[in-house]
Design a protein around this ligand. Structure first.
Ligand SMILES: Nc1ncnc2c1ncn2[C@@H]1O[C@H](COP(=O)(O)OP(=O)(O)O)[C@@H](O)[C@H]1O
Ligand SMILES: [Mg+2]
Ligand SMILES: [Zn+2]
Length: 509
């Protein structure tokens, strides 16, 4: 007999429909699985055989053929166990469906005893199946909350093989989960705030500009000056995540198997800070079974590279593409995977190997060739994608020793950032840009026009600092953001003067 059950596979962060066709024919006891299954899928036979046998059914001693279709999609992971087990029970005449299985999508891994275990990628798989027109879903009970994030369809959570069989046979139907009954994701109150950092007004201002215009930023300062402390608070001044951003980032964490099942929806912008020993694959994604890397886990949030100059050159080089494309594409023989990677880059470094160059209270022990080697490690092309370079000094004793009652809260800074972002969205309506940092060289005159006096200043600075075209564009975009923060329609000389401070020529370190 034949059976056909639909299931789903995640490809990148998209769900693809898969048919699991099972045929049981009289003949020599055998088991074949065709249609590009990977090792984890092939091992499904062992798990299914055990789960079926431990639940009062028999694993048929006949010729079993399993066809996973379409053949050209690579199938991987463990979510096919449950549909496979059900298909075998149906095609061997041990289970008679009372529901219309052609409308169902079934997902789940089986333990040897027949428990249904949670799987990765439930949200993208659900969204893929909904787009393909499916409305009924049997998912692992452990993934029920995540499945409900998809927002529609009837979702049944099965804790074990018996529950799935009971539902399909109609003998013990499961109740569909009511998405509205599930409490919304707990909005955790951020325990950290910009107000925790005493003084450092100039760096905080630079971070506000970075947040407002989506500009990548590098902080340079001696050890202990508070770079890491400031960086950790950067997400607290970024605008709240839109629902679409939340879902996209949640999908990435879902396929990475990194969601918290109790509050699966990601509503806080991620902050990722990989150590400088991170491998290029862990940074941008890949591997034999592709996985999203740090740049994708930072999607919608911040990738913080602390001790920037300690990262191997190779690791920094691989960042260039995702910074440009806002996504990562991984090619394999049978498939191409794409993961979004829209993140803000924040970096921190010491001004020299010993850390104390330019520090009035310590003497720097580095030779000029040491320093050159150190700063050269950060490649030109990567530095080109950093709009703001800010110098951080150890805050004065008067600031550190005082209580900090006057310091602005993150909430207050964020409200100005929000306002500036709205101005940008309105100005660039109809374009693909959402923040000033994205303005391309071609559009720069449209969005960042200068008056006569402003032009004169810009020209003088261009000559005085021997700027490259890229630096010139960067200063213009930053000036635009500074004007937006001030709520000014036109860029004026004051805005340009401030932007010039963040130009980041390494000779001024
Ligand atoms: N401006 C500041 N306000 C409050 N604490 C500070 C400040 N600057 C430094 N600190 C303290 O010094 C510690 C070291 O700072 P850190 O951020 O690690 O410096 P860096 O990354 O520049 O080496 C912080 O954890 C914090 O306790
Ligand atoms: Mg640090
Ligand atoms: Zn030094």
């Amino acid at each position: 007999m034949l059976s056909n059950i639909y299931t789903c596979a995640a490809s990148g962060i998209d769900g693809k429909m898969i048919g699991v066709e099972v045929s049981c024919l009289k003949g020599q006891n055998s088991f074949f699985m065709v249609g590009l299954p990977d090792t984890a899928v092939k091992e499904a036979k062992e798990r299914v055989e055990s789960a079926v046998s431990h639940n009062g059914y028999s694993f048929p001693q006949v010729k079993i053929t399993v066809n996973l279709s379409p053949a050209d999609i690579k199938k991987e992971g463990t979510a096919f166990d449950l549909p496979l087990a059900l298909g075998i029970l149906i095609s061997s005449g041990q289970l008679f469906p009372e529901v219309d299985l052609s409308r169902y999508v079934i997902l789940g891994e089986l333990s040897l005893s027949g428990q249904v275990k949670g799987v990765k990628g439930i949200l993208p798989m659900m969204l893929g199946a909904l787009a393909a027109g499916f409305r009924d879903f049997i998912v692992p009970a452990a993934n029920l909350r995540e499945a409900c994030l998809a927002g529609c369809g009837r979702v049944y959570g099965a804790a074990n093989l018996g529950e799935a069989v009971g539902h399909i046979s109609g003998k013990a139907p499961l109740a569909p989960a009511d998405p509205n009954c599930l409490p919304p994701a707990a909005t955790e109150i951020e325990p950290i705030d910009m107000a925790d950092v005493k003084g450092q007004q100039q760096v905080k201002r630079a971070m506000e500009i970075a947040a407002a215009g989506g500009h990548n930023m590098l902080m340079i300062g001696p050890p202990g000056s508070g770079k890491t402390m400031l960086a950790r608070r950067f997400t607290t001044i970024l605008p709240e995540m839109a629902r679409s951003e939340s879902l996209q980032t949640t999908k990435i964490y879902s396929v990475a198997g990194m969601l918290d099942e109790s509050t699966p929806l990601i509503t806080q912008r991620p902050f990722r800070s990989p150590h400088h020993t991170v491998s290029p694959v862990a940074l941008v994604g890949g591997g034999s079974i592709p996985r999203p890397g740090e740049v994708s886990l930072a999607n919608g949030g911040v990738l913080f590279l602390d001790e920037f100059a300690e990262f191997p050159k190779q690791a920094l080089e691989v960042l260039r593409q995702p910074l440009e494309d806002k996504k990562v594409t991984i090619s394999r023989v049978n498939a191409t995977y794409t993961y979004p990677a829209s993140f803000m880059l924040l970096a921190g470094m010491n001004p020299c190997p010993c850390g104390y160059r330019g520090d009035p209270r310590h003497s720097c022990k580095c030779s000029s060739s040491d320093i050159q080697r150190y700063t050269k490690k950060i490649s030109g092309p990567l530095l080109d994608r950093i709009d703001i370079v800010a110098h951080v000094n150890v805050e004065k004793y008067e600031f550190l020793s005082r209580r900090n009652d006057a310091a602005e809260s993150s909430e207050k800074i964020r409200s100005r950032v929000d306002r500036a972002r709205k101005i940008q969205l309105k100005r660039m309506e109809g374009s693909t840009f959402v923040s000033n940092s994205q303005i391309s060289a071609k559009e720069i005159e449209i969005y960042c026009p200068l008056g006569r006096e402003e032009n004169r200043i810009m020209k003088a600075a261009f000559e005085a600092y021997a700027m490259s075209a890229r630096t010139y564009h960067r200063v213009l975009k930053l000036s635009r953001t500074i004007a937006d923060l001030a709520g000014e329609e036109n860029i004026n000389c004051e805005h340009i003067a401030e932007a010039l401070q963040y130009r980041g020529s390494f000779s001024t370190l």
